[in-house]
Design a protein around this ligand. Structure first.
Ligand SMILES: [Zn+2]
Length: 216
């Protein structure tokens, strides 16, 4: 099974099934936004500021626990019903550059999810393969022809056969094909994923991303 991680659907698999993003994470995201605003309105070194900071870190901890729970359950379900899992190895690193809160929360959820997929894969001897992400959403999963599309285009239309697919379903098929063809990208992506899956609060990770950007 190939899986394509996204924001619209948490992931879309190569049979076209989708898993919805966790609702409680969305709620938590709104709450975090509110708490961030509250913190920014308080005066430095004030009692209110300390309280706002405590509320924010407590909310982050809750998000982390929910994320972990969701990631582990989804990973277990995926591994227990398939013989091979293929995913885009570099996807998270690209997306983590985006510093919006919604995405940073999703990034961390994907990171934890993939860590659990690999963990259960090893446990149940199901191969988990990371493939190069290049052109997985552009190429036709049926004939291989490159069909350029903007991010807003949600469907894929094969010019040769008239095949119409959901964009992410087409991508998931390409991801699976790449894995089966043995065009395996970096399988040594554990380091990369774990660095995003360390369970750090998003604020810390965002700072790290900024630092990296400035350094590079
Ligand atoms: Zn085609």
């Amino acid at each position: 099974m190939g899986i394509d991680l996204g924001l619209r659907a948490f992931f879309t698999d190569s049979e076209g099934n989708t898993v919805a993003p966790p609702q409680d994470l969305r709620k938590a995201e709104r709450r975090l936004k509110r708490l961030h605003r509250r913190l920014s309105r308080t005066q430095k070194r004030s009692r209110n500021r300390r309280k706002a900071r405590q509320a924010l870190s407590k909310a982050y901890l809750k998000v982390q626990r929910q994320r972990e729970d969701f990631a582990r359950k989804q990973a277990n379900a995926l591994i227990s019903s398939h013989d091979l899992i293929a995913y885009e190895a570099l996807q998270i690193r690209h997306l983590v550059k985006n510093r919006h809160l919604a995405k940073s929360i999703a990034d961390a959820a994907w990171g934890r999810f993939l860590s659990w997929v690999r963990y259960y894969g090893t446990l149940h001897q199901v191969p988990v393969i990371g493939v190069e992400p290049a052109y997985t959403s552009q190429d036709c999963s049926r004939c291989g022809q490159r069909v350029k599309k903007s991010l807003s285009m949600r469907t894929h239309l094969c010019p040769g056969y008239g095949l119409l697919l959901d964009r992410d379903h087409n991508a998931a098929l390409n991801i699976l094909h790449k894995a089966l063809q043995g065009t395996v990208g970096q399988t040594g992506t554990d380091e990369e994923v774990s660095s995003n899956a360390s369970g750090q609060p998003a604020a810390t990770r965002r700072r790290t991303a900024t630092t990296r950007k400035q350094a590079g």
